[in-house]
Design a protein around this ligand. Structure first.
Ligand SMILES: [Zn+2]
Length: 186
């Protein structure tokens, strides 16, 4: 039984906040930890963000921020997925920074490295896995996110998850960039 799908956007060749190791120096207001130096808010919006590849409806920056097209936003509104945020990109009209609010699913990590006692985040979180013990049936139509942030440094963000029904609807729309969805079975 497929309980959900993990979505991962195709690479749009862009950075929202900087590299894995270094935040853009001009982003003076970005929430970050004083001790480890990594950002502590994956939803932060850089008003000067430049989207270098605009071929996709759903894509991801190198620092794991999801960018969607207007068509994708419209699809979500038509389906009344109301826990989603779309921030217009001033420098890329018709595209939006996208994140999921609430609907948190418990994950476990294969490995976690270098816990920062100041911000409570690990430097690296490797091998995301949904905690299937807590799930007994396919998720209901909609968007979900993992409780843990995966990957390293400033590139950590939650995993984006959709229900099987949502996956079928997305597939029907033939959106560009959602093809990397991975089914999770129980
Ligand atoms: Zn820290």
């Amino acid at each position: 039984m497929i309980v959900c799908y993990e979505l991962s956007g195709w690479d749009n060749n862009s950075h929202m906040t900087g590299s894995c190791e270094k935040i853009f120096p001009e982003l003076i207001d970005i929430p970050k930890c004083e001790v480890c130096g990594y950002r502590t808010d994956y939803r932060y919006h850089n008003p000067n963000f430049k989207l270098r590849r605009k071929a996709f409806d759903y894509s991801s920056t190198y620092d794991n921020i999801t960018i969607v097209s207007n068509a994708f936003k419209k699809f979500c509104e038509e389906n009344q997925y109301d826990n989603l945020e779309f921030i217009p990109l001033a420098k890329a009209p018709g595209f939006f920074q996208f994140y999921i609010k609430g609907n948190i699913i418990e994950y476990t990590a294969h490995r976690q490295e270098n816990l920062c006692s100041a911000c409570g985040l690990y430097e690296s979180v490797i091998g995301p896995g949904i905690d299937l013990e807590k799930i007994s049936e396919p998720l209901k139509d909609g968007f979900y996110q993992s409780d843990l942030w995966f990957a390293s440094g400033n590139e950590k963000s939650p995993v984006e998850i959709i229900a099987p029904e949502t996956f079928m609807k997305l597939k029907e729309k033939k959106f560009k960039g959602t093809g990397g969805a991975r089914s999770i079975e129980k």
